[in-house]
Design a protein around this ligand. Structure first.
Ligand SMILES: [Zn+2]
Ligand SMILES: [Zn+2]
Length: 396
């Protein structure tokens, strides 16, 4: 078996050979944004590339048409999994930069694959679709996809490079009011107004906001508000996101949000129904592994800031994975500090040459950290022991 040092040397030699391919894939995905669970072109491109490299590809995965797993190695432990996201946002496109996540994770895994039989352990590439709306990782997790994985690695573009940050737990809630339609002028007394219920619901949520933890967030939109002003609306629907520090706190808050809707239904003589999606959990970053990636990033010239454990955050289904196995989710700065995510600026940056260059830098750091995890038992023990004794990262 090759020494650790020689594996690192070879990674450094291999990475430049992959740069063109990874950049091409990143830009191809960026220029054809596809929505959550509909990332067919992106998934095909990633799977074809992995197959061409000689990895064994399995798809669909956990019942997800755009999910997949590719395996390099004989299946022996340790197993590291590089997680790829490739979904975009409605209307604005790749404003979360998932094209960089996909191509960067792919490049890191291909580099480890090209080490050949000298490399210990097994490398997986897991295509995890639907991060923005449907929690593909949660579906995969619940189907047992990650049961035998020893560590999960991915990164996310952002406005600064940090080894880790906290993330809130979140649930998607759809609230539907059902009323009775009637002529809004001729016979309003026969109607029961589902829009009146919706307005009451929003007012009640505004009242609730005053009395929830300051770390919680409740925000929503009306998806259906009625069909015509002269028809009493018999159906309205809102889509809300309910966030709090932990999954348990979200569950508690969700009860109160639903009570607001039930009260509004009662007041308006309508009925209410709910649909929710999988709950995105809080994040437990593995600091040992994340800091190792940060070390390699610094060596490559990246300015890495201190971990961020305060301020508003998003939420991701990586949280659920991170509570089950050692996981990292560092951020790579591709826009000036303070630039919001899900913005036009973020979208344009995700397709820029500068971001591709940074993505390759991150891919290399993830590959080197993967080599350490696979080939250095002492480091692996440190990662595993931290996972055993630590909890999720919460804001300070
Ligand atoms: Zn994202
Ligand atoms: Zn996003």
């Amino acid at each position: 078996m090759a020494t650790l040092a020689s594996l690192h040397r070879r990674i450094a030699e291999i990475m430049p050979d992959i740069a063109g391919l990874a950049t091409e894939i990143s830009l191809a995905i960026h220029s054809h944004p596809e929505l959550s669970l509909h990332e067919f072109r992106a998934a095909e491109l990633l799977k074809d590339t992995l197959e061409n490299e000689g990895l064994q590809v399995e798809s669909p995965l956990a019942g997800l048409a755009t999910g997949f797993r590719a395996v390099s190695g004989d299946g022996s432990h340790p197993i590291v999994a590089y997680l790829l996201e490739y979904d975009a946002l409605p209307e604005i496109g790749h404003a979360c930069g998932h094209n960089l996540i996909a191509a960067g994770g792919l490049a890191a895994a291909i580099a480890l694959h090209r080490l050949g039989p000298d490399r210990p352990g097994t490398v997986w590439v897991v295509g995890t679709p639907g991060e923005e709306a449907d929690g593909g990782k949660i579906t995969e997790l619940e189907a047992g996809v990650f049961d035998t994985v020893d560590a999960a690695l991915m990164f996310h573009p952002g406005d600064r490079t940090v080894p880790f940050r906290h993330a809130t737990a979140l649930i998607d809630l759809f609230v539907q009011f059902h009323g009775v339609s009637a002529h809004a002028a001729g016979s309003p007394q026969q109607g029961r107004n589902a829009l009146a219920a919706m307005i009451q619901f929003f007012v009640a949520i505004d009242g609730l906001r005053q009395h929830i933890p300051e770390t919680a967030r409740i925000h929503g939109i009306i998806r259906h508000g009625g069909a015509a002003p002269n028809v009493v609306p018999d159906f309205t629907e809102a889509h809300f996101l309910v966030r709090a520090l932990t999954a348990e706190a979200v569950k508690a808050l969700l009860i109160r949000v639903k009570q607001c809707a039930e009260g509004a239904a009662m007041a308006s003589g309508t009925t209410v129904s709910f649909e929710d999606r999988p709950l995105y959990a809080e994040r437990k970053n593995n600091h040992a592994l994340a800091n190792r990636v940060a070390d390699y990033l610094r060596e490559a010239g990246e300015v890495v800031q201190e971990p961020l454990l305060r301020g508003g955050t998003g939420s991701s289904d990586i949280g659920n994975v991170s509570l089950r196995i050692p996981t990292i989710h560092p951020y790579l700065g591709i826009v000036p500090e303070g630039t919001p995510g899900h913005s036009h600026a973020m979208r344009d940056a995700a397709g820029s040459p500068g971001a591709q260059h940074k993505m390759l830098r991150m891919a290399s750091a993830l590959a080197h950290a993967g080599v350490d995890f696979l080939g250095d038992p002492g480091f692996r023990d440190e990662v595993v022991e931290e996972f055993r004794i630590s909890g999720a990262d919460l804001p300070v």
